[in-house]
Design a protein around this ligand. Structure first.
Ligand SMILES: *Cc1c(COP(=O)(O)O)cnc(C)c1O
Length: 358
């Protein structure tokens, strides 16, 4: 699989521009959404990004040698078990609860921390009331105060305005802190969502930044599989496990070396999986811009594509089939599997060789 670092950099510049007066950071958790944080994060730093967000202290520790000058925020916060790691690698914990706040402020000798306030998601973060109490009682003020949108990809959802209002209302409690609210889709909600720092993730990696794709991002990931063999089969025969797909015509079938162990989700099978009753078609592959459908069930290591409509001799053993890239968009591939671009990217397996080019 190829990761286009130039496209990543361009997507970051696009998000920076859309962030207006706010600084633009980057979410590089989960190995930079499966693209390889060891390459993606330094490339973003070279572009001027200084504020990074990872999920846990191990991810942060791995990035520290590659990002010597950056602020690396750890979204899961800090615990006794990760405290030494957090200090040793100069990570900024995002404090998510009054307990974490007490632990950090009692042990970290005034080292910087970020404070997460939950404004309507009931995931991580202090309640606004707890945050106000924290601001009144705690000696050490946070360097960053943040919150996270629940529905930013639905711009008209009333929760967006409520979260923005609640978050802005907390600014006065933390006069010394920078404020950060917007993820990729949140950046599109406009200046009221930008504050001092934005935190795009999926848009950097080529995902749609909102339903309706306000800004088509450049694709970053191109995943391909090798065709192991091309076989002929007769009308009436069946394909793959469960004999769930019956051939309606004499067919040519490309058997490809990719399966659900690579993150080519079984739910994207052409037939024989529960999702097929809700989403009409399975995944597609592509050769030089021509789309060909998956037939039958996707198996652990192998997937069959119907290449009967391709010109004779155009598809051969040893060739590569595109699964995601210039022809098959990340969004289409995710929809076919009944999931979101985030899950599809982060499940791209370790069997892919990630080739980074710029
Ligand atoms: C993952 C994450 C982001 C980035 O979100 P995208 O939707 O990928 O842009 C920002 N903030 C927090 C707290 C996150 O967990």
């Amino acid at each position: 699989m190829a990761v286009d670092l130039g496209a990543l950099a361009e997507n970051w510049r696009t998000m920076r521009k859309l962030s207006g007066n706010a600084r633009c950071g980057a979410a590089v958790k989960a190995d930079a959404y499966g693209t390889g944080a060891g390459h993606a994060a330094p490339r973003l730093a070279r572009e001027g990004c200084r504020d990074f967000f990872v999920a846990d202290a191990n991810e942060g520790a791995r990035l520290r040698p590659l990002l010597p000058d950056a602020k690396i925020h750890v979204l899961n916060g800090v615990f006794e078990g990760s405290f030494a790691h957090t200090l040793a690698h100069d990570l900024i914990p995002v404090i998510n609860s009054p307990e974490q706040a007490a632990f950090w402020c009692g042990n970290a000798d005034g080292r910087p921390y970020a404070l997460h306030i939950d404004t309507g998601m009931n995931r991580l973060g202090l309640t606004p009331e707890q945050a106000v109490r924290h601001s009144e009682s705690s000696a050490a003020a946070p360097c960053l105060v943040m919150s996270h949108f629940a529905c930013a990809d639905e711009p008209a959802h009333p929760l967006n305005a409520r979260q923005m209002q609640m978050f802005s209302g907390l600014r006065d409690c933390f006069p010394a802190a920078e404020m950060s609210l917007a993820n990729s889709a949140g950046i599109h909600l406009g200046p009221g969502a930008h504050h001092d720092l934005t935190r795009p993730g999926i848009a950097l990696y080529g995902g749609e930044a909102g339903t309706g794709a306000l800004t088509p991002m450049r694709p970053v990931v191109m995943a391909e599989a090798r065709i192991l063999m091309v076989r002929q089969a007769k009308a009436g025969e069946t394909v793959s496990y469960g004999a769930a797909h019956t051939l309606a015509r004499d067919s040519r079938i490309a058997v490809c070396g990719v399966g659900y162990a690579d993150g080519f989700h079984r739910s994207a099978s052409g037939a024989g999986v529960p999702l097929r009753s809700a989403v009409a078609q399975g995944a597609f592959g592509a050769f030089d811009g021509s789309r060909v459908p998956v037939i039958g069930k996707i198996t652990m290591d192998l997937t069959m594509f119907d290449v009967t409509d391709m010109p004779e001799g155009a598809v051969n053993a040893g060739d590569w089939i595109e699964l995601m890239g210039p022809t098959i968009t990340l969004q289409d591939a995710a929809t076919a599997a009944g999931t979101v671009s985030y899950e599809l990217l982060t499940s791209l397996g370790s069997r892919y060789t990630r080739k980074h080019r710029d």
